[in-house]
Design a protein around this ligand. Structure first.
Ligand SMILES: *Cc1c(COP(=O)(O)O)cnc(C)c1O
Length: 394
């Protein structure tokens, strides 16, 4: 992998981490269909076992993710970036929140959180004796003001769901360093192709690999990236709790990652085209996409992201009932939950991801009942736009 430390994203996607079996000369990393391994084994000093994440295909996919999230980092042997593949995105979210905290600690989180991360914060952290502060503003100074001497983790998402809010990552990383906390980001919406937070000073990156990393809506997994003792602590938590990713799914994730940069290129182009199309559509009130110059986070996003991504949301000039009808008229875009797959998907956050919030809480958070979120796929942009146009024409 060291020979790849200056390689581009596409090259890393294809080659980083691959472990070849030279006895048969297979080009790809093998899947060892075994949960029992020889012991003692003179050729392998460590005991292989899937939950320990030391099977070649588990290591290969972890090394590939470490290489992707290291883009923009100076190669530094003292800061050996490592990754691990877990069973779900929530396992990855839990690893820093539960694995890096203990009774009496405090966590600061940005209020714009994935629904289940919000649930975990509100329900599980207190049960483990950890208290938290949710910060509504994305201003780094507001985050700094919420930190205390007990703050161990600062956690955020950028771009966030579903309003695509952008946080200044370098500024928040500096806040975390100043107060001695670990900075953690859920990088699911951007993927390492569009954003590498470690290069902006973040300590830990987590992903729902179920989304762009898997990319085909057929895989459930998560990834954690970090270094040093923090990584060791999260690793021990994961091995102890047992939320590692099985070998077959690791192979599927490794295969998906080979085309990640290629897919993101099309996702980015389509996301931008659809955002601009909706932005000038007479039936659309407002579009949230960080690539639009009118987006409040556009300047920061331009600085810290390589691409603006394919997640967007918009408010049509329609009643809630008309919006529901609009979704049923879509032919290319599928009304469906989740995101990040090759197919375009549309959801109403007020009825899906944010249904557990009260109507007032949603309103306070800026999530209108008519807000439509689109995960723009890799189909032809013209077909996606024509589909939206005909559906909006009710
Ligand atoms: C989907 C998602 C998760 C949770 O991932 P699962 O694979 O469903 O556990 C976490 N964060 C974000 C931003 C997500 O979109």
């Amino acid at each position: 992998m060291s020979s790849l430390s200056s390689a581009g994203l596409n090259t890393r996607c294809v080659h980083a981490g691959t472990q070849r079996d030279l006895r048969v000369g297979a080009v790809n990393t093998p899947i060892h269909a075994s949960s029992s391994f020889l012991h003692p084994n003179d050729l392998s000093p460590s005991v292989c076992y899937p939950r320990y994440m030391n099977i070649p295909v588990q290591q290969a996919v972890a090394d590939k993710m470490a290489a992707l999230e290291s883009v923009g980092l100076e190669p530094d042997p003292a800061r050996n970036v490592r990754a691990m593949a877990l069973s779900t995105g929530m396992a990855a979210v839990s690893a820093p929140l539960l694995g890096l905290t203990k009774v009496g600690d405090h966590v600061v989180l940005q209020a714009d959180l994935y629904g289940c991360t919000h649930w975990l914060t509100v329900n599980e952290l207190p049960r483990h004796g950890v208290d938290y502060t949710l910060v509504r503003s994305s201003d780094p100074e507001a985050i700094a003001a919420a930190c205390t001497s007990r703050t161990k983790v600062i956690y955020l998402e950028s771009p966030s769901n579903p309003l695509l809010r952008i946080v200044d990552l370098a500024a928040v990383a500096a806040v975390a360093k100043a107060c001695g906390a670990t900075s953690v980001i859920d990088n699911t919406f951007a993927s390492p192709i569009n954003q590498t937070p470690l290069s902006l000073g973040f300590d830990v990156v987590v992903h729902s690999g179920t989304k762009y990393l898997g990319g085909h809506s057929d895989l459930s997994c998560g990834v954690v990236v970090g270094s040093g003792e923090r990584f060791d602590a999260m690793f021990n938590w994961v091995v102890g709790v047992g939320c590692t990713l099985g070998m077959q799914d690791c192979a599927l994730l490794e295969r998906s990652l080979k085309t990640l940069a290629l897919r993101m290129e099309r996702h980015n182009a389509n996301g931008m085209a659809v955002a601009e199309f909706l932005d000038q559509h007479p039936r659309v009130e407002r579009v949230n996409h960080p690539g639009l110059p009118t987006h409040p986070g556009h300047d920061i996003a331009s600085r810290q992201m390589r691409g603006f991504g394919a997640m967007l949301s918009f408010e049509p000039r329609l009643t809630p009932a008309e919006v529901r009808t609009m979704l049923t008229r879509l032919k290319v875009i599928t009304p469906g939950i989740s995101l990040g797959g090759v197919e375009s998907l549309a959801t109403l956050p007020a009825e899906t991801s944010h249904v557990k919030m009260t109507a007032e809480a949603r309103k306070a958070a800026g999530i209108a009942d008519t807000l439509v979120r689109i995960s723009v796929g890799i189909e032809d942009a013209e077909d996606i736009m024509a589909d939206l146009d005909q559906a909006l024409g009710i």
